[in-house]
Design a protein around this ligand. Structure first.
Ligand SMILES: Nc1ncnc2c1ncn2[C@@H]1O[C@H](COP(=O)(O)OP(=O)(O)OP(=O)(O)O)[C@@H](O)[C@H]1O
Ligand SMILES: [Mg+2]
Length: 224
């Protein structure tokens, strides 16, 4: 098992008012699984994804990632775990407009500042762009790419540090159904070919149906 969450609670305090967003979530995600998280707006999907992805601290409960107690780590250790083992793809692609597709993709490896040569990193970056079907768009800047292509660059970037899991929050939310389907094809293919674990938050039942497991969340609890 790659991820195990137990009894996750999350509350937000807003203007003295306590909002109980997650109310005791238990879930398990196997390695090499593609899993969809669905549910109505405001149900707590993004909040759950952030907690699974070591981006936000739960008020109660545990997340084990590869056997490691994520919220037993200090902030620095947790960042390291996140940066080395997890990739993220969001609804807005968050590409840097002044950088090319390749430069955007390799950014996480450049930031990591290890001793690898830039040429070796670039080689990997081109491979990743080829993997997401953008071998012919290496030098394009984001404003020269379609929305679906930009999202595929973001997927390639999320894979740069060889994460064990890629967390996707509404990755097709800004796309028409055809480009959205292509983005999902890319994610499913990564799983099929490389055994990549993928967690996809989506509103779209058609997308959810293509995954191996669906988690329904409503009012901060799992259903079904
Ligand atoms: N930082 C925050 N401070 C206060 N309340 C928050 C915060 N983040 C989220 N919430 C509240 O928590 C609830 C769940 O939010 P969340 O973003 O997890 O929902 P969601 O299921 O992802 O919804 P959507 O499908 O619209 O993206 C919402 O009611 C939201 O207003
Ligand atoms: Mg959300």
């Amino acid at each position: 098992m790659l991820i195990e969450a137990s009894n996750i609670h999350k509350t937000y305090k807003e203007a003295g008012y306590l909002l109980h967003v997650l109310k005791g979530i238990d879930l398990k995600i196997d390695a090499a699984q593609v899993i969809a998280v669905v549910g109505p707006s405001g149900a707590g999907k993004s909040t759950l994804l952030h907690i699974l992805g070591a981006l936000d601290v739960p008020n109660q409960g545990q997340v084990y990632f590869n056997g490691q107690d994520v919220y037993g780590l200090n902030d620095k250790e947790r960042s390291l775990l996140r940066n080395s083992q997890m990739g993220f793809v969001f609804q807005a692609y968050h590409l840097l407009p002044e950088l090319t597709a390749l430069e955007n993709v390799i950014l996480p490896a450049m930031v990591k500042n290890n001793s690898r040569k830039t040429s070796a990193i670039e080689f990997d970056g081109v491979k990743l762009l080829e993997k997401v079907g953008l071998g012919q768009r290496v030098s394009h800047r984001p404003n020269q790419l379609s929305g679906g292509e930009q999202q595929r660059v973001a997927i390639a970037r999320s894979l740069m540090n060889s994460p064990k899991v890629v967390f996707c929050d509404e990755p097709t939310g800004n796309l028409d159904s055809q480009s959205g389907a292509m983005v999902i094809d890319v994610l499913l293919n990564l799983n099929k070919i490389s055994g990549q674990t993928v967690v996809i938050v989506t509103h779209d039942q058609a997308i959810a149906k293509r995954t191996q497991k669906i988690i329904y969340i409503k009012d901060g609890m799992l259903e079904g």
